[in-house]
Design a protein around this ligand. Structure first.
Ligand SMILES: Cc1ncc(COP(=O)(O)O)c(C=O)c1O
Length: 375
């Protein structure tokens, strides 16, 4: 059943389990296996205009994944080899010399590095604004890139009102939806022109693939992005697309546990006098809470806090039996990253903790023991 005919009453669990599947066909699998092909057979008597002529421009496994993500995010989707491939595709296919780009001062650091380096060299002026604001006038801005919740500080911004202001000033709006996933919020419905995301994180959730995607309702932007992808070649391979599609089926279940664990962990951390600066947009006391509660459909499993110094973070990570030291988030295993080691403008003891799907009581007990042992 195509998503266009889905009953409006279907919940997230039903939608992710069925997203992008072909109509049932006797003798065929539910989710067809990956199609491994660089060239495909062509019709020697016809011009090569149909889909599936060459793997860089077309692949049926990739199209199935794209239709699955589109069923959740809205718009039309193009998958890329990584989140960075997707984000840079948007920046480089939209922006031209002399343009101004407004982007988060507290967002994903590689995007900032790209804009401060290569993009600026190409004549595009980046203006960095904290996600929580205040936002300057959008007059003269070509593209506004928002990241909400911002990684790693977890501030959020009001996409609907910022998109309306940007549109009134003639600027395009792209929202990085990596941390929230399309089950957490749908920026296209909030007025964004483009969604960009890393599918490497919670969307696929098993820490085994790199993936990115762009979603848009604009035929013109879609055309530019498709041409960009075909001509620069940053496509994900069929096996990764198939793994991603397979993983998508459990997104609702995984996120439910991520959120439940994060709620418990945030409360636990907040109750400790030896842990400072606990941030989780689902805490009613968090500065992000009012906008997150109004805008988001669910709160992701990422919590941040400060252990006061790099040495204590090391002791904490060594003492934990469940928290992996790793620089990603959104996976089924709980992981933590000391962001200052990557150049984020965070204090030395700042930790981004990504809650996995372990049992809540086990995770809470492990964290408590590791924090106690690290003091
Ligand atoms: C918010 C955000 N956007 C984009 C990216 C880039 O994604 P990828 O690592 O898949 O290139 C990341 C990676 O951590 C991220 O956290």
């Amino acid at each position: 059943m195509s998503d266009a005919t889905w009953p409006a009453s279907w919940g997230d669990g039903t939608r992710v389990a069925h997203a992008g599947l072909p109509a049932p066909t006797v003798g065929q699998p539910f989710l067809p296996g990956p199609v491994f092909a660089a060239p495909y057979h062509l019709d020697p008597a016809a011009p090569p205009t149909s889909a599936d002529g060459y793997g860089r421009s077309d692949n049926p496994t990739r199209r199935a994944l794209e239709s699955a993500i589109a069923a959740l995010e809205g718009g039309t989707v193009r998958a890329f080899a990584s989140g960075q491939a997707a984000i840079t595709a948007v920046l480089l296919s939209v922006l031209r010399p002399g343009d101004t780009l407004l982007l988060p001062a507290d967002g994903y650091y590689t995007v900032r590095a790209f804009t401060a380096g290569i993009l600026r060299e190409l004549g595009v002026e980046p203006v960095y604004v904290p996600t929580a604001g205040p936002y300057p006038s959008f007059d003269g801005v070509r593209l506004v890139l928002l990241e909400t919740p911002a990684n790693p500080g977890l501030d959020v911004c009001d996409v609907r009102s910022l998109a309306a202001a940007a549109r009134a000033a003639g600027a395009l709006v792209a929202v990085d939806n990596t941390t929230a996933t399309p089950l957490g919020q749908r920026p296209l419905e909030l007025g964004a022109d483009i969604v960009v995301a890393s599918g490497t994180k919670a969307l696929t959730g098993h820490s085994d693939i790199l993936l990115g995607y762009v979603a848009t309702n604009s035929a013109d932007l879609l055309d530019r992005l498709t041409t960009w992808r075909t001509q620069t070649g940053g496509v994900p391979g069929p096996f990764d697309c198939w793994l991603a599609h397979r993983s998508l089926a459990t997104l609702d279940l995984r996120l439910a546990r991520h959120t439940a664990n994060a709620a418990a962990v945030a409360e636990l951390l907040r109750g400790r006098s030896d842990v400072a600066g606990v941030r989780w947009p689902g805490l009613s006391t968090d500065p992000s809470y009012p906008i997150a509660a109004a805008q988001m459909r669910r709160i992701p499993g990422v919590v941040s806090f400060d252990l006061g110094g790099a040495e204590r973070v090391t002791r904490f990570l060594k003492a934990s039996r469940l928290v992996f030291a790793a620089t990603s988030f959104g996976g089924v295993h709980t992981s933590a990253d000391r962001r200052a080691q990557w150049g984020d403008d965070t204090s030395p003891g700042f930790v981004r903790l990504s809650c996995g799907i372990e049992d809540t009581a086990d995770l809470a007990a492990d964290l408590t023991a590791a924090l106690d042992a690290s003091t």
